[in-house]
Design a protein around this ligand. Structure first.
Ligand SMILES: [Fe+2]
Length: 273
């Protein structure tokens, strides 16, 4: 079973679910058969858990706030890691608490086991931004990226993507796009307009192959973590006709069947001033 299309949910509208180990989770998207999933995990202050043994699914993580120690390795602000399936989860402790974004790979995924995939641990703030050539159809977003992981056998790229404020071109329209692979995104900060509405911090989408999307523009700039399950290099098919810029689009999310109605609430965020 493939993962369902969701585009997009504000994670503030998803309830925390208490777990037996004392953590809480917000499960944002899942393949219930193979266990591939994306979730937020909140570790309370003073958390301590012994190693639970070999992982049945590879785990990618990105630390959103707080601090966490995994197998003796301190993970700080925006720390990223990959733990292959079949290697220990590692004991976990958190003095002041932590919020972790977790991408679990499927149990049967042959590209994320310890026989083919290497463990990764990156202090991402210390990485340089790559501002080299991007897709010319996206120059209006003034993009920069940091590539965190390239999966074996062209299986998935994970990267940070940011765009400068005032990413709105002086044109009437821009082309929509499609890919033959999946795309997944979590908005860390900033905002981006899409035809589905304004993606604010904490917004999330999982987009299966062949879904038409965009155009996207960003008056205030944005910073997100993205994945491309299925490929390491994103390939985009651009439409020849132009679509209107989505500024002001009403929130109109695509949600899987059975999604709680509360996930569809518009999230306008706290006042900044
Ligand atoms: Fe795309």
């Amino acid at each position: 079973m493939a993962r369902p299309h969701i585009e997009f949910v504000q994670c503030q509208n998803v309830e925390w679910q208490a777990q037996p180990d004392g953590t809480e989770v917000k499960r944002l998207n899942i393949d219930p058969v193979d266990g591939e999933e994306t979730l937020l995990v909140r570790y309370p202050a003073g958390f301590s858990r012994a190693d639970t043994g070999e992982l049945d699914r590879a785990e990618e993580y990105f630390l959103l706030d707080g601090g966490l120690t995994i197998g003796g390795n301190a993970v700080g602000f925006h720390g990223y890691g990959f733990i292959p399936r079949g290697t220990p989860a590692g004991d976990r402790t958190s003095e002041r608490g932590a919020t972790l974004l977790v991408f679990r790979h499927g149990r049967s995924d042959r590209n994320s086991g310890s026989d083919v995939a290497e463990a990764i641990s990156i202090d991402t703030p210390a990485m340089p931004w790559d501002v080299s050539t991007y897709d010319p159809k996206l120059t209006h977003l003034r993009l920069a990226r940091k590539i965190l992981r390239l999966g074996p056998n062209d299986s998935c790229r994970t990267f940070l993507l940011t765009g400068m404020p005032h990413g709105v071109p002086d044109v009437d329209g821009l082309p929509a796009e499609t890919h033959d692979h999946c795309e997944e995104m979590f908005m860390i900060s900033g905002e981006m307009w899409a035809p589905e509405g304004l993606m604010r911090p904490g917004s999330y989408f999982y987009r299966p192959p062949g879904i038409r999307h965009g155009p996207h523009v960003s008056p205030s700039g944005f910073f997100q973590i993205m994945r491309s399950p299925g490929v390491n290099a994103i390939v985009t098919k651009w439409e020849e006709t132009m679509s209107p810029l989505p500024i002001g689009a009403a929130y109109s999310p695509v949600m899987p069947e059975g999604t709680p109605e509360s996930w569809r609430r518009e999230w306008t965020g706290a006042a900044a001033y």
